[in-house]
Design a protein around this ligand. Sequence first.
Ligand code: 4NP
Length: 152
Amino acid sequence: MRILMVCLGNICRSPLAEGIMQAKALEYNLNIEVDSAGTSGWHEGEHPDRRATQTASKYGVNISAQRSRPLSTSDFDQFDRIYVMDHQNLADAQAMAQPHHHTKIRLILSTVYPNNTPAVPDPYHGGDEGFDNVFHMLEQACDQIAREISQR
Ligand code: 4NP
């Protein structure tokens, strides 16, 4: 199974989601591939935001080697599941995808909150505590995804 994590810049939320999901794959011994991308190409080629890297590192997850890339139309063929962080990401990703691929695209917190699913808030313009909050939300979501896949 191939899983793609998507946010706006691919320097804060989706790199954390990618790193956490990879750690869960090891922990649960899952045969999955994980990648991430941004709905914008604003930070293409950049490493994750330092605050994201530091927060991940605090919890034993290394995301420092990742590089931002924009979401591409071929991603909808290549990946089985595309998890987005917020409702704007969802709209932007759906607008790029063919209708038959729309069911692959889900809000990542729908795994934890299937009704009235909240967004993973964009921490870019806030302080360090926003990254900690995002980390814990993503940790919950990725754990749920890993449990669900391991029970299949
Ligand atoms: P991300 O956060 O979507 O979680 O990577 C952002 C990164 C950069 C910008 C916005 C959000 N930006 O405006 O450049």
